[in-house]
Design a protein. Structure first.
Length: 95
């Protein structure tokens, strides 16, 4: 049986409740049954939680902080289309 794919979106990895929730959830999920990926809207924040999440699963950074532009919307839209095509569960934290 194929693994379930779980993709989580988070705005940024600066310390906060959403970041802690993502970390705790990822840490406790059975990774032998679930492929986990985290997508961070902003760039790398160099936090402890971020480093620990990177050791557990794949993390992608969109580096899209600041003003919302057409290019940023396009980048996120293309990624979402690709993810939803192959992903069963998508969750959002801290937007």
């Amino acid at each position: 049986m194929d693994k379930l794919r779980l993709t989580m979106f988070i705005g940024m990895f600066s310390v906060g409740g959403g970041q802690q929730m993502v970390y705790e959830l990822i840490r406790k999920l059975d990774r032998s049954k679930i492929d986990i990926e985290v997508i961070c809207y902003e760039g790398r924040a160099d936090t402890r939680i971020e480093s620990e999440i990177e050791q557990i699963c794949t993390v992608r950074y969109l580096d899209a902080k600041g003003k919302v532009t057409i290019e940023k919307i396009k980048k996120v839209s293309i990624l979402l289309i690709k993810l939803f095509y192959r992903c069963l569960i998508v969750t959002f934290f801290s937007f």
